[in-house]
Design a protein around this ligand. Structure first.
Ligand code: FAD
Length: 389
């Protein structure tokens, strides 16, 4: 394909950005990831470094103080971070979904007020959708926001909220009309900053994805100024959430590629060091077949992520492509982590190697940003819509 000088400049710029992220990961993250993970400690120092690199503003337009990276470059960056420590991707991603919703759905006043502080990482947070009684069926949420003078008065509970303890601001999905039909017409999204009435009731203990805080949030007589209603109009909450989730799914898919690649790299290296029956284990056909399947899955997942991220770059609707990428890449991560553990034998089960972390982190990718069952339903629905009989 022919390329222009502008394309060459952009590619060079992208390469420099990825290089600086790689250097940061090598110097500031790799040496500490294992200890922070096992202690389940929030990586305060690393977060300071991420702020300096501008990662909290990665996707925010330069007009509001961000780096304005394309979703496809962002996906490549997330893959690299996930290869080293997946938890860090959650610290920036749910924050950037919130920022993405404000930038694409918010009023100009909201963009000017919030985006510059999101971009520096001074004000960080995430997305608060899930409730104790519902995650997939978002239209069943019960957190209510009632108009009271110049404010909304919020009551309800959210669960599993990433950055819930360390974050200070959340894109909060609420019901502003409980009786509305269809149900989504009664849903709105607020920008909710921590203040009186916004409580964190507990940190949730998890199988993996340690270091990043996942919390239950309680809202009790919590007041949000009406000018924090995203877009300034009630009834748009579900659209806000879904537009953010397209980006979120590409991000989860990119994490999947990162985990799949990390498992492959570990397996390729170990299979050349470890000998059984007088030869390196990669020379046993049973191991060689595993390596080939792992490598093929990883490349296929990467191409699906690239396809979905490129569609996002062009501003196209890509829920089907993002769903396919998320579904395939998350399953590739799970399969590769398991195969890597088998290849490592007993050492795969040891906490001294990263394999067990990959194995614990991977299953989250089949759940977060819409379960893989939901992705399959969505893909099938779009397939029929695009191919009417
Ligand atoms: C570590 C972690 C971090 C998270 N971070 C966040 C966050 O930052 N913000 C946030 O809002 N949420 C977050 N979540 C919540 C996550 O998005 C939900 O757990 C997920 O959407 C699934 O919802 P659920 O757990 O209520 O499962 P349910 O909706 O109860 O689903 C249970 C099972 O039923 C299946 N199912 C449901 N409906 C259907 C259907 N129609 N057809 C077929 N199968 C169906 C599901 O696929 C699943 O297998 C996080 C979760 C975890 C574990």
């Amino acid at each position: 394909m022919l390329t222009t000088a502008a394309d060459d400049d952009r590619q060079e710029q992208d390469r420099l950005i990825l290089d600086s992220v790689e250097k940061f990961l090598e110097r500031e993250v790799k040496p500490h990831a294992m200890a922070l993970e096992h202690a389940d400690s929030y990586p305060h120092d690393i977060v300071e470094g991420m702020k300096e690199l501008g990662l909290f503003g990665a996707l925010i337009s330069p007009d509001y103080g961000g780096l304005g990276l394309s979703p496809s470059l962002y996906a490549r960056m997330i893959e690299r971070i996930a290869r080293v420590w997946m938890s860090l991707t959650g610290i920036i991603n749910s924050h950037l979904i919130m920022a993405y919703i404000v930038e694409h759905r918010g009023t100009e006043a909201q963009k000017r007020r919030f985006l510059p502080r999101f971009a520096t990482g001074e004000l960080r947070g995430g997305l608060a959708l899930t409730e104790p009684d519902c995650g997939t069926d978002l239209q069943a949420i019960r957190t209510v926001a009632r108009r009271d003078g110049e404010d909304y008065l919020v009551k309800g509970t959210k669960i599993w909220i990433s950055n819930g303890i360390e974050g200070q601001c959340f894109a909060l999905l609420v019901k502003t009309d409980l009786a509305a039909e269809p149900r989504h017409k009664g849903m709105s999204m607020l920008l909710a900053e921590k203040r009186e009435g916004f409580g964190v009731s507990r940190k949730l203990e998890k199988l993996g994805y340690k270091g990043i805080d996942s919390a239950e949030l309680i809202f009790e007589d919590y007041r949000v100024p009406a000018d924090c209603l995203i877009g300034g109009e009630e009834g748009r909450g579900l659209q806000c959430a879904l537009s953010g989730l397209e980006l979120g799914r590409v991000n989860v898919a990119a994490r999947g590629v990162g985990i799949a690649q990390a498992a492959l790299d570990e397996a390729v290296a170990y299979s050349q060091q470890r000998k059984t029956f007088g030869k390196p284990i990669h020379q046993h056909q049973a191991i060689a077949l595993k390596l080939a399947d792992m490598a093929t899955r990883t490349e296929a997942a990467r191409l699906l992520v690239e396809q979905a991220a490129n569609a996002l770059d062009r501003g196209e609707r890509c829920d089907m492509e993002a769903g396919m990428a998320k579904l395939f890449a998350s399953e590739a991560a799970i399969d590769n982590a398991m195969e890597c553990m088998r290849i490592f034998g007993g050492y795969g089960y040891s906490k001294e190697f990263v394999v067990e972390r990959l194995y614990r982190d991977a299953p989250l990718l089949a759940i977060g940003e819409g379960t893989n069952e939901l992705q399959r339903l969505l893909i099938a629905k779009r397939l029929i819509e695009r191919n009417p009989a």
